[in-house]
Design a protein around this ligand. Structure first.
Ligand code: NAD
Length: 487
């Protein structure tokens, strides 16, 4: 473990490659969710700070600036250098992320910040490789005319990210925006500002020109809204809740937007599934990251003939989880990120009980300090119960019974969301047939939560628009210009 020294943490705003004091003069505390103690005070960006960051990003985007004049392959080298620096500091980043967010480190092969940091480094490298491969087309238009398209960076991007995977969420926006040649003003979540500030230090070290990346800490209604409404911003890239997205879309005017939002993802466990694989995948699909995952498989539909056997195995597995702070070497289930999320999840658990679902495992707070919620499984859940309809964003699995494939497809699709889905079956024709009928951006067959950097991720319906990761991620940060030349 690389101990984090609190006195050495970056807590100022990162503008023009420097850590500067907020003009607002305001600060807010960031809390260790395992102990409920304040880690440190972080500076909060106000409207004037946002102006300053947008001015820096605008200057860095001017034609003729070092960034705009840089060869695409050189941009790629800078992004690769950033990935190398992150790798050199990976243990520190794991520790810092776990301290601020609460998630376990993930030793002994379990999920945790080790996985997050590795995936984050991978996406910067993947994006670095794209810089000099962004091409337009030659269009065979009618007449004696040469017509071709150029892909150009969209401009100054306002990126707003959540707290559940702070480093990964920063990278899913920053890596493609930089590969496309944009400049960025990023607001991190007020719940987890620390790791993005450390990465900002590495951005300056890597040698990015000043103003290309600017990182602001602050709250949504203050800092976030000032970014969304700012006339100097060309594009808003947002990840967060569907409710906040609706608000942002109202405020963004005619700016370009991409939205990565919430979910209520179904997992269909067919009677011909390998039961052990199905239990493992449903377990990972829901409990990964304390259930704080946008594509959490929170509605588990199990075919009637294997329902009881599934519930028994799933409950045993959930009960065996070791709950604890990231400082406990063998912990594989940490606290919820803060008091607000803790109360929200506990509220849903109470709602499940009061609406008649049966809590077969968990259902309570763990310990008396820290925001720990026991891994919880409800059975006897019906589609109209609150826990089957609303995004809980916590370790609460709702298990439901189904009889036929026709029935389960209708029920699985009966949600405003469309982010992820799982299908467990050894019959590949059946699984592929079901996959085609599910309206979701990612479908995992006999697996769950495969987050390969090469594969696009995003939502149907109220789960958002646009795709992150994969080559589609570049589209979020590019304009298409069409040039006509009569010959
Ligand atoms: P949130 O919507 O509360 O906040 C997200 C970000 O938006 C934060 O930085 C917040 O400060 C900011 N914000 C809040 N109000 C704002 C406003 N009025 N204007 C501008 N910015 C504002 O979401 P959260 O609690 O941080 O994250 C959880 C949500 O994110 C869940 O719904 C989850 O499903 C979703 N999520 C989606 C993905 C995905 O890729 N689809 C990934 C991770 C999380």
């Amino acid at each position: 473990m690389t101990p984090v020294k609190i006195s050495e943490l970056e807590t100022k705003l990162f503008i023009n490659n420097e850590f500067v004091d907020a003009i607002s003069g305001k600060t807010f505390p960031t809390i260790n969710p395992a102990t409920e103690e304040v880690i440190c005070e972080v500076q909060e960006a106000g409207a004037e700070d946002v102006d300053k960051a947008v001015a820096a990003a605008t200057a860095a985007f001017q034609l003729g600036s070092p960034w705009r004049s840089m060869a695409a392959s050189e941009r790629g080298k800078l992004i690769w250098k950033l990935a190398d620096l992150m790798e050199q500091h990976s243990e520190y980043l794991e520790e810092l992320e776990s301290l601020d967010n609460g998630k376990p480190l993930g030793r002994q092969g379990q999920y945790g910040t080790k996985v997050d940091v590795a995936l984050t480094i991978a996406i910067y490298r993947y994006a670095a490789g794209w810089c000099d491969k962004i091409t337009g087309d030659v269009i065979p238009v009618d007449g004696n005319t040469l017509c071709y398209t150029r892909k150009e960076p969209v401009g100054v991007c306002g990126c707003i990210i959540p707290w559940n995977f702070p480093l990964a969420m920063q990278s899913w926006k920053l890596a493609p925006a930089l590969a496309a040649g944009c400049t960025v003003v990023m607001k991190t979540s007020e719940k987890t500002p620390l790791s993005a500030l450390f990465v900002s230090k590495l951005i300056a070290q890597a040698g990015f020109p000043p103003g290309v990346v600017n990182t602001l800490s602050g709250y949504g209604p203050g800092t976030g809204e000032a970014i969304v409404k700012h006339p100097g911003i060309d594009k808003i890239a947002f990840t967060g809740s569907t409710l906040t997205a609706t608000n942002i879309l109202k405020n963004a005017g005619l700016k370009r937007t991409t939205m990565e939002l919430g979910g209520k993802s179904p997992v269909i466990v067919c009677n011909d599934a390998d039961l052990d694989v199905a239990v493992e995948m449903c377990h990972v699909g829901l409990f990964l990251n304390q259930g704080q995952c946008c594509c959490a498989g929170s509605r588990v539909f199990v075919q009637d003939t294997i329902y009881d056997a599934f519930v028994k195995k799933a409950a045993t597995k959930a009960q065996a989880m070791k709950i604890g702070a990231y400082t406990e070497a063998d912990a594989d289930h940490g606290p919820q990120v803060d008091d607000i999320q803790f109360k929200r999840v506990m509220g849903y658990i109470e709602k499940g009980k009061s609406e008649g679902a049966m809590c077969v495992v968990g259902g309570s707070r763990h310990g008396s300090k820290g925001y720990f919620v026991e891994p919880t499984i409800f059975t006897n859940v019906s589609d109209d119960m609150t826990i089957a309809k609303e995004e809980i964003f916590g370790p609460v699995m709702a298990v439901m019974k189904f009889s036929t494939d026709e029935e389960v497809v209708i029920r699985a699709n009966s949600t405003m969301y469309g982010l992820g889905a799982g299908i467990m079956s050894k019959n590949i024709s059946r699984a592929l047939g079901l996959a085609n009928q599910i309206r979701a951006g990612s479908v995992w067959i006999n697996s769950y939560d495969d987050f390969s950097v090469q594969a696009p991720f995003g939502g149907y319906k109220a789960s958002g628009h646009g795709r992150e990761k994969g080559k589609e991620m570049l589209d979020n940060y590019l304009e298409t210009k069409c040039v006509f030349v009569p010959l």
